[in-house]
Design a protein. Structure first.
Ligand code: PMV
Length: 326
């Protein structure tokens, strides 16, 4: 009753921002992402009849409290479906620079969903896995797939139609995603709280929702036709709109630091000089800069000249769930 799975992180091009159901992690809007090759989580799950409680080991260290609570609640979903009562040892290794504030929850819950269902011998579809992973962290629903994926918000109240599907595999279109690390500090407003606050209080949130369908169809079409300028334009604007909603919240908040803005401006300057590069930002100060592989070195060199940039990790479209032999 043991299985090991690996899942990669993803970066949203069209963001998931706002829940319509907090318990089931049902989003207000569809989102589109690229799974990245460089950052991943590898998780082994061993169910054992002789355990008194779940055990969670992350990067060699046993964790309790909230972290263990989240894992146990997630395993309860799997146990309930399998009608199994035993506990598990969850052993996870993060190949993600978590200290730099890169989200590991997407790869973490996608890997846990895959390893735990496999350990209990489930025959589960990718859509089923996506539904399960979603209930650990919304963005994890997209990490089931390699390459380009879309998480469909669904309309049902029970969440059975809220899962991701693949738009195109990683081999379809190579892009460079430069993860630009500007600050190692923990983020102050977690995405869950940030979403709740903007949905409930920001007058700009309706503007966000109103323009989403058009962003989604532009992004989908740009991917299908490999139109980089079109994709870059829509992804950067979509990120700006997401962050604009936080400024109207009560109390207002902002994920950017001065360093974030320095990187954003350097990217816009590069475009003025004919280099097609675009940025996106999640619920933290770091920036992801997207460009075509032929421009990767020059974009990286330019960004490394900025005093505020600590490190740059170049990534490319990566694979979906992988099962490893243990
Ligand atoms: O599911 P979470 O808690 O990792 O939320 C992700 C929120 C954003 O990163 C801001 C957007 C996204 O779609 O990944």
């Amino acid at each position: 009753m043991k299985a090991t799975a690996r899942a990669h992180t993803n970066i949203a091009l069209i963001k998931y921002w706002g829940k319509r159901d907090e318990q089931l992690f049902l989003p207000m809007n569809n989102s589109i992402s690229i799974t990245l090759d460089r950052f991943y989580t590898t998780t082994s799950v061993t169910f054992r009849d002789d355990l008194q409680a779940d055990v969670f080991v992350l990067d060699g260290k046993e964790l309790g409290g909230d972290e263990l609570g989240k894992i146990s609640r997630f395993l309860d979903l799997v146990r309930r479906t399998a009608n199994y009562r035993g506990f598990a040892i969850v052993d996870s290794l993060n190949d993600v620079p978590t200290a730099a504030g890169f989200a590991s929850s997407a790869s973490g819950f996608a890997a846990l969903a895959a390893a735990s269902t496999k350990a209990l011998g489930f025959d589960i579809s990718n859509e089923g896995l996506s539904i399960l992973a979603r209930q650990g962290s919304g963005s994890a629903s997209r990490s089931i797939y390699g390459g380009y994926a879309e998480w469909h918000k669904g309309v049902r109240q029970d969440g059975t139609d809220s899962f991701a599907t693949q738009i195109m595999p990683e081999s379809f279109w190579d892009l460079s995603v430069l993860s630009v690390m500007v600050e190692a500090k923990q983020k102050k407003v977690l995405s869950r709280e940030g979403m709740r606050r903007t949905v409930e209080t920001s007058p700009f949130y309706t503007g966000w929702l109103d323009s989403l369908e058009s962003d989604l169809s532009s992004a989908r079409e740009a991917i299908h036709t490999q139109d980089f300028e079109r994709l870059g334009t829509v992804l950067e604007r979509n990120a700006m709109k997401m962050h604009a909603t936080t400024l109207g919240a009560q109390p207002p908040f902002l994920y950017w630091t001065g360093a974030t803005i320095d990187v954003m401006q350097a990217v816009q300057e590069m475009r003025e000089n004919g280099i097609l590069a675009y940025f996106t930002i999640d619920a933290g100060p770091n920036v992801k800069v997207i460009c075509q592989p032929a421009d990767e070195d020059v974009v990286k060199m330019r960004l490394l000249q900025l005093e505020c940039v600590r490190n740059i990790f170049p990534c490319h479209p990566g694979p979906g769930i992988q099962y490893l032999n243990t």
